[in-house]
Design a protein around this ligand. Sequence first.
Ligand code: SF4
Length: 461
Amino acid sequence: MTTETPLQLLKAKEAANLARCGTSTWWRKHSAGKTPASVGSGARFWVRAEITAWILHGMPPRKEWEPIWKQALASRMDDFNLWVADTATEKNRDTKLDDVTEMKSRNTHHATRKKMASATSVGNKRRTRPLTLNQEVVDRVFDHAFDLGIASSREALNMQLNQMYQQAPRGLIRSQISWTTYGWACIVGCTACSSGCIFCYAKMLHDRRHEIYLKNNGCWKPDGKRMPVQYAKPFGEIQLLTERLGMPLRTRTPGRVFVNASSDVFHEEVPIDYIQKMFLVMGSCPHLRFQILTKRAKRLHELADRLPWFDNIEMGVTVDDHNAVKRAELLKQTPAKTKWVSAEPLLSPLREMNLSGLDWVVAGGETGAKEQKIRAAHPDWYRELRAACREANVAFFFKQTGDWVHESQLADTGLTGSTAGRPIHEWPDGTRSFRFGRVIRHDILDGQKLQEYPTNWASLN
Ligand code: SF4
């Protein structure tokens, strides 16, 4: 689709939004095993996503939903009909245009028409409600933004935030990671830059899904649910998902937010103005604490003076082995209020790391697929880190032991069975680790669950 005029640009954006609607929580919850009649007011989103995918990506709508999207088109959404007709023309899909005309003239059931009309008006009201921010928060964000030349006036800043808010499809979704509450993926894609990247989990997952996307024409299964649009591109391509920038603004429940688990905010291909926008959103959500993690400490250091550092931004660097210790030193030179280190996957002892000036250390071992040569971590490396944190008064969080379990940790991890037949790693001290993969009590070290947070995060613990 060519996108030359503003109208066409708008349509392209709308198409992306609609395609994403089709994979939202709502979609997953309602489209599996439910009938069109049972989805109620959510039908509008579903119908739009289905038709968009049909017209723009050539995916035929599923049979059981056909009556409802035909009714939707015919009964209520005149503007949407026009959009569909235009898009169909651009795509030179005459048959689709004919279908739409035919649908418009079809005499649909009165009750269903009424239901769809009410669903549409409720949806519109919710989507167009303006963003309301506390004046104190706006003032603070504006002061930072103005000083850095990011925003010229309060109105411009308000407009920018409001636009991001309107574009966001929903609030943040819960994360599976033990030390955070939500995930915020407004950038997807990355390239390896460190020894810890060799078995990057995000890459492995994305590659697998990208393959499925290509094989099934954008669906999880042939003619099944549609996949999120980011899987259309390979992991090595950095994708800025601008429509997700406003997701924190739509999140009301306080919590920690891990920023871009499937990318690196300070990747060379992420423009500074995009990072600045992210920081403005973070500053506008004081009820959330944002946990950023990067391996590109050099770029972080270079850009730090051009970013607005709000108190709720917790900046971290990954220190996976002794060669990466200098990242922590670069982090210390930034104005971030809370600074932390993720020693995961831990690949060597970190005796050289000076913990003064840091607030938090998270440690964990490497995990991965069976066929990957996952590297073992000696539990003494964690113990040394824990002792150093105690001494420097730094919070220590033991996340997980990794795929390899040291013989001294067998009881801790709940592994009472035999180690026979397990791959063995021999350590220079004569001890051994066994590869078990995922274990039950993976977050226990010396009989203890160590999940400390910096004291200034106390309100969220
Ligand atoms: S920096 Fe992180 S996301 Fe990027 S390749 Fe390395 S491990 Fe993966």
